[in-house]
Design a protein. Structure first.
Length: 134
């Protein structure tokens, strides 16, 4: 069957709120032995760390990832993520950046202006996407 329809029906169409998404993504990463921290500044260099606080920062061996969690997807948020990616790159950080969101937002991620922006971020900046369900 259709996964999105099943999830939507089970949750009665309700989207997960930010904190729930953040915790779900963090717990998922921990099951794969990632060391997870929440709401932490990340990055060095000339970028103001107060402006670059990621929802989830995970480390495993020599790898790092940062996840910006969004319960709804708007173009302004994608522009912010683009800025984060560029700032991390300029500061010499090698962490992979992910957009974390509710699986029910999937249709928004692949259509229209938002879909085009997500595709560009994934193709040009190697951004990843984590689709979460509870």
């Amino acid at each position: 069957g259709d996964v999105l329809a099943t999830v939507s029906q089970r949750r009665k169409g309700m989207l997960l709120v930010h904190d729930s998404l953040q915790n779900t993504i963090g717990l998922f990463l921990q099951t794969f032995d990632w060391q997870v921290k929440y709401e932490v500044p990340f990055g060095t260099g000339n970028w103001d760390p107060e402006r670059m606080v990621f929802d989830v920062v995970a480390e495993k061996e020599a790898k790092e990832m940062v996840v910006e969690v969004k319960d709804a997807i708007v173009s302004r948020d994608l522009g912010q993520i683009w800025g984060y990616i560029n700032a991390l790159s300029l500061s010499g950080e090698t962490a992979k950046v992910y957009l974390g969101t509710d699986i029910l937002n999937f249709p928004d991620l692949v259509a229209g202006t938002i879909g085009a922006m997500v595709k560009k971020l994934m193709d040009q900046e190697q951004m990843g996407v984590i689709l979460a369900d509870k």
